[in-house]
Design a protein around this ligand. Sequence first.
Ligand code: ATP
Ligand code: MG
Length: 562
Amino acid sequence: MIEAGSKPSDFIREIIKEDLANNKYGARVHTRFPPEPNGYLHIGHAKSICLNFGIAAEFGGLCNLRFDDTNPTREEIEYVESIKEDVRWLGFDWGDRLYYASDYFEQLYQYAVQLIKKGKAYVCDLSPQEIREYRGTLTEPGSDSPYRNRSVEENLDLFERMRAGEFEDGSRTLRAKIDMTSGNINMRDPVIYRILHATHHRTGDKWCIYPMYDFAHCFSDSIEKITHSICTLEFEDHRPLYDWFLNELGIYHPQQIEFARLNLSHTVLSKRKLIELVEAGYINGWDDPRMPTIAGLRRRGYTPESIRNFCDRIGVAKRDSIVDIALLEYYIREDLNKQAPRVMAVLRPLRVVIDNYPEGIVEDLEAINNPEDPGMGTRKVPFSRVLYIEREDFREDPPKQFYRLAPGREVRLRYAYFIKCVGVIKDAQTGEVVELHCTYDPETRGGDSPDGRKVKATLHWVSATHALEAEVRLYDHLFIKSDPNNTEAGRFLKDYLNPNSLEILKSCCVEPGLSGATQGTRYQFERQGYFCVDPDSSEGSLVFNRTVTLRDTWAKIEKAQK
Ligand code: ATP
Ligand code: MG
């Protein structure tokens, strides 16, 4: 799928090229994507997926999918399934290399026993609170646990009994014996096993002790013969520990490399925060089209290509930054511009009667499916005496720059005729415009006037008797604040939610060709944006999501930056 050398290089690819040149790891490249199944994947994970699977493909290597399922209390099968679906949908294939850290529990236990035998791990009876107190701070060294000098025999006996279930949750831990005065807090005798009488989604009740992330992760990488263990910057301070575990046991040792995580404006990319939104019901679940999850983006109408292109473009760096969400929108617009068929849909209909057009006549007018791709051909759109146009395309009292329809003014109806507004009917009570009367010029069929007469606007329309009614859901940014993670004192994430992030329009009119449009199909609604058929849609009751508007805010931002 991806050609070698087709991607611009970056510091990770440079490291890999050098390792290949030096024949490190036998000139192999083997990466992994290691999600914890405690939530749905988001666009930040997509960055990591594209990086790990992308690098493997570019360098003729392999990439594993590994579930880091060491925390039984937060993990669920639903998440495992959704993660597999999302990785596949993004276009990546782990082949027969689907692994679970829980598959290694016995091996990990044996590694822990080896550490104990080397005098490099001990069973500690301090409570979690006490461990914290003994740990010290960034400026003060920690102090040794009173249990630090237990004999190897006693440690082996206690650890075995921890496994056998003799002790209560939190009463004991197994800790690495490193250095309580280390400048790196991660090296101050970190906990490597804890007691947790919890049922695991794969191992059931077989275990009541579970390895901590840092311990399980490096060994899982080692067992799978990973060459480059690529992770986000917050693990930089954990690398000495990663290296320590593997060095102490003298086993196969991958290289950990850190890169900056993706942050996106107007949204949050943290499973913990996304779970909060789901559980509080601020949005309608993990696949709500406003969510930055892969499932949400898919439902919204994003294509895998657009997400991959976005991830390639942002690249990898060593410094954290926030990417403007407009850049993501730029990529979906670019992709859909090439492939989405154009159709006409009127979101807020205003009735138009063409007074001089014969009643009972229907003309099938030819419309172009995609001006970007002539191969997509044309279709017929019915035209008749009564039509709908967009309410905002008419102004009774047009301001200066408004060139669309107004009393006495002539405009073009796309693929049809010039029409001129000759009458305005209003609701007697409210004064609201409810219907326009127009005349058409039969000479302008197809959209041009033989006498060279010009009009300044072209409107989309739908024939009233042929139109299908549809629901359209318009989305805007989930958060009004560009960096909602940066909460001010006394404020919460929810305070920054955009109250107008969803607008539902119930009586939209779409052209009849959309009858039977299937879930996930994407269209450009002319002059409106890109839309896709929602799973809530059914035959006779169409529902569309607006993926993105046509307006390119990214171009504006770029211009402003220059
Ligand atoms: P979260 O902070 O959302 O809970 P996480 O790091 O805890 O994310 P994991 O399931 O552990 O989630 O992540 C799997 C992989 O995806 C890890 O290698 C992690 O570094 C990477 N990853 C997670 N979030 C991002 C992000 N925003 N940008 C890039 N990579 C990410
Ligand atoms: Mg994590």
